[in-house]
Design a protein around this ligand. Structure first.
Ligand code: ZN
Length: 255
């Protein structure tokens, strides 16, 4: 067992307390957060040191949290059955981190429950909009802000809706709409400021670019990266002096 100093225990305790108190950090995300807190503050499990960088791989996380990856396979009687595979479920860790990429999510922007359909926004003579239940719906982009608005239309306003979408698409094509501000993800990043999250996010999603309203002004001290060997992620710790970031998560070949 690694030696634990009082400040390290205290830092760990504070971090876990903050994670548990965060209403947006739940389920698997909370588990991964707790794992990171333990690894970073208590060095449990012990990192694999690598050029002055402490490294924890994705399978390290998966082995602890999701050791029984159920795989479907053919049983002797010819039926498909689920059985534990030899590998821990690293994909689940991958998905947790991927779902927490800082981004703009138009669904979050709608102030509508996820299951709700928008009402028809078709124009009316005596009132602002039709308001009937929608038969079709889709996003229109605000070219001023880049944000998306879910617009619905009833059968009667179907043609109006098609026209609105066409006009909007033309305006978007002709105008350089700004990237919309981030409104989702980055939940673990709030608790682990020392990790260079953008470095990980761009590895998890190659099309990712930093959305406006980047978190905090503090420069990252930790880094999360994908490696290229072994089915793994790791957390790397670099020297704590001027060289930043201090930590990273990496993953290897996902084969
Ligand atoms: Zn209508």
């Amino acid at each position: 067992m690694t030696e634990m100093s009082y400040p390290a225990l205290r830092a760990h305790h504070r971090c876990v307390e903050a994670l548990v108190a965060d209403p947006e950090v739940t389920g698997d995300l909370l588990l991964v957060g707790m794992w990171l807190a333990r690894a970073i503050h208590l060095h449990l499990p012990k990192p694999a040191v690598n050029d002055g960088t402490s490294t924890w791989q994705l399978p390290d996380i998966a082995r602890d949290l999701f050791p029984l990856n159920m795989d479907r396979g053919l049983a002797f009687n010819g039926q498909m059955v689920e059985a534990p595979s030899a590998e821990p479920d690293w994909r689940r860790v991958f998905e947790v981190l991927k779902n927490d990429i800082r981004r703009y999510d138009p669904k979050v922007d709608q102030q509508l429950p996820a299951w709700a359909r928008p009402r028809c926004s078709g124009p009316m003579v005596r009132r602002a909009s039709c308001g009937k239940g929608s038969y079709t719906w889709g996003y229109l982009t605000d070219v001023e802000t880049g944000r998306k608005r879910l617009v619905g239309a009833c059968r009667k306003h179907h043609d109006w809706f098609q026209q609105e979408r066409k006009v909007n698409a033309a305006v978007v094509a002709a105008t350089e709409a700004p990237p919309p501000p981030a409104n989702a993800g980055g939940r673990l990043a709030r608790h682990f400021l020392d990790i260079d999250w953008p470095a990980l996010w761009v590895k998890l999603d190659e099309s990712w670019t930093a959305p406006p309203e980047q978190m905090g002004s503090a420069r990252p001290k930790l880094r999360v990266v994908l490696g290229d060997t072994g089915s793994s992620f790791s957390v790397q710790r670099t020297s704590s002096t001027a060289a930043r970031p201090r930590f990273a998560l990496i993953n290897g070949t996902l084969s």
